[in-house]
Design a protein around this ligand. Structure first.
Ligand code: DGT
Ligand code: CA
Ligand code: CA
Ligand code: ZN
Length: 573
């Protein structure tokens, strides 16, 4: 079984987690995490690189030792070091690291003192008041931990869209190789481009006698078979993702695709609409009395019930059926409408590449402009810039800009919003920038009132233009800040500020619903990647997908504007 990049990442991260709990030297654990990150943003397969005898040490942050270990993982699926660690400490301890505020040291104490090895044990210990007496704990910590465990249990840990899409692509390519397969594609939440995916729903049509189910069972990644049937087979892949494969007749393909794309709420409403017209709609087709009147394509089915085609991203029963009836569906923003990225970092702070490298990548992406937006000084871990350093960086950006003919490199900063709502850099320097993003990077847990006040105050600064990653959530990892989004929208509107839809696949704040609200309030959205490396700049599509789910048209999105219009919009501040 070939080992995928994700498998390698999982091993490296587990090693880092377990070393952390053992209280190993921080530099050592950081090296493993860094290597995992590097591999995560690689466009190619490490196993293939090794097969081609490529030198892994040319990757950033990977030296001889790690290169050797990665090779071992790629060849054996694991690492002797990991096995050793797993014998020393229960591997389930690493799950406890997900509880904010506990940290590796806390996990170690709980294990040593109470023998707690997993989340359930931790919950019990907290409920029975065992935590508060431990060194470094206390009543308040115990209470917070209990709350965090409950929050954590609430996450179903659905897979991120990006990961599910990668897996789906590999699987679809594999299924297409089977002779006799006519059509195969992903339906369900993946097709609707939901930010997380519960399971994969694959639809396939093929010539008679084609053994599609057998072919799926032969897929190298299959770990377990859940159901095996003639029309439906369900398997679980090594990643834990379940795949439901359905084989449907060619003549019913459109109806099946519509049905299994969902959402359930959308389908139910369509069916009801059918009933009113004395049409029966199911996954096989549309029937008038017993006669099939549509089913080959989705378009046909929609047409039969008097609707224009509804893009999958909108199929959530949020008014799309009513809009389709009036032929007033939005003309959703497309990836190719995007003319630039207004939030990227370079190695000047916590990015990994130079201004020039980022600019060249933007050029490759066909952009008209790119804003370099470094962190401000408050973010010390990222090496944030003070006014003087930013001044020099502005000159560096301008220098690169003069050398590049096909793209405009805009000067910018991602300035920290301090606890009192003031900005981490003086107005004087902010006034010199083309793009000013303000973001919250600490104190995520203020009360709703205080947090909202903090951000509204920041937006009142005359140089503030864009609110970066507005809620600060990380999907499956960090809850959004408690905010009155309505007040934030109003403040954005009043002050002519834009809200960022952060395209990074584990951020994606704004949510789809927040996008709908923003558009309703006529607040401009900007889709940015927040790239720290050139490959991250290619994540723009995830942001566009979310924007489409949020009903946004090109006109609602700032960075669909030409450079000239963009400058006008930002100047309007
Ligand atoms: P997920 O997997 O939780 O991310 O979400 P979906 O939307 O992919 O849901 P899933 O996998 O349970 O089912 C796939 C599609 O199949 C769903 O979007 C609509 C359709 N479907 C499933 N169960 C039902 C049902 O009971 N009634 C109707 N009308 N459709 C259903
Ligand atoms: Ca699904
Ligand atoms: Ca399913
Ligand atoms: Zn940033």
């Amino acid at each position: 079984m070939p080992v995928h990049n994700k498998d390698i990442i999982r091993v490296l991260e587990t090693v880092a987690d377990l070393l952390d709990i053992q209280n190993e030297n921080q530099f050592r654990t950081r090296a493993y995490r860094q290597a995992a990150q590097t591999i995560n943003s690689l466009p190619e397969s490490v196993t293939e690189m090794i097969d081609k005898d490529e030198d892994l040490t040319r990757l950033s942050g990977i030296g001889e030792d790690l290169a050797g270990k990665i090779k071992t993982i790629a060849q054996t699926g694991s690492l002797p070091l990991l096995k050793e660690l797993q014998e020393q400490i229960p591997p389930s301890l690493k799950d406890l690291l997900r509880i904010p505020g506990l940290g590796p040291r806390g996990v170690k104490v709980i294990y040593d003192e109470l023998g707690v090895t997993d989340m359930q044990g931790l919950k019990k210990a907290a409920e029975q008041d065992f935590l508060r007496d431990l060194k470094g704990f206390g009543e308040k910590t115990q209470k917070t931990i209990l709350e965090e465990i409950k929050k954590n249990n609430a996450h179903e840990d659905r897979m991120l869209f990006r990961d599910a899409q990668d897996i789906s692509r590999t699987l679809l390519d594999y299924m297409k190789k089977l002779e006799g397969v006519k059509k195969v594609e992903a339906a369900g939440s993946l097709r609707r481009k939901k930010e997380t995916v519960g399971d994969l729903d694959i639809l396939l049509s093929c010539k008679k006698g084609t053994d599609a189910m057998g072919h799926l069972l032969d897929f190298e990644d299959v770990e377990k078979v859940v159901v095996q049937g003639k029309t439906k087979t369900s398997v679980v892949l090594r990643s834990g993702l379940q795949v439901d494969l359905r084989v449907v007749a060619h003549a019913s393909y459109g109806s099946a695709l519509l049905y299994f794309t969902g959402s359930k709420a959308h389908s139910i409403k369509l069916r009801k609409r059918g009933v009113k017209r004395e049409l029966k709609i199911n996954e096989y087709g549309v029937y008038k009395d017993k006669k099939k009147v549509a089913g080959k394509t989705e378009h046909q089915v929609y047409k039969k019930i008097g609707l224009s085609f509804i893009p999958p991203e909108l199929r959530e029963d949020r008014g799309e059926i009513e809009a389709a009836e009036k032929d007033s569906l939005p003309d959703l923003v497309r990836r190719r409408d995007i003319k630039g990225d207004l939030h990227v970092h370079t190695k000047k702070t916590d990015g990994y590449q130079s201004i020039e490298e980022m600019a060249k990548e933007a050029e490759k992406l066909g952009y008209e402009y790119l804003a370099i937006t470094e962190h401000s000084k408050r973010v010390t871990v990222a090496g944030g810039l003070d006014a003087e350093e930013l001044e020099k960086h502005i000159q560096d950006i301008e220098k690169v800009n003069r050398r590049m003919d096909n793209i405009e490199i805009l000067t910018g900063a991602e300035v920290d919003i301090l606890e009192d709502g003031s900005l981490d850099l003086p107005d004087e320097i902010l006034s010199r920038l083309d793009v000013v993003i303000g973001s919250v990077h600490y104190k995520f847990n203020l009360s709703r009132k205080k947090q909202t006040r903090r951000i509204v105050t920041a937006m009142e600064n005359p140089y503030f233009m864009i609110l970066g990653h507005p809620t600060g959530r990380k999907i499956n990892q960090r809850e959004p800040m408690d905010l009155d989004l309505d007040d934030i929208f109003s403040a954005a509107k009043d002050n002519g500020c834009f809200l960022e839809l952060n395209a990074f696949y584990d951020r994606l704040d704004l949510t789809d619903i927040a996008c709908i609200q923003a558009a309703k309030k006529k607040v401009g959205v900007v889709i940015n990647t927040d790239a720290h490396r050139t490959p991250h700049m290619h994540y723009m599509g995830f942001g566009v997908a979310q924007a489409r789910r949020g009903w946004l048209e090109a006109a609602d999105v700032l960075n669909t504007r030409s450079l000239k219009q963009l400058r006008k919009c930002l100047k309007g501040r």
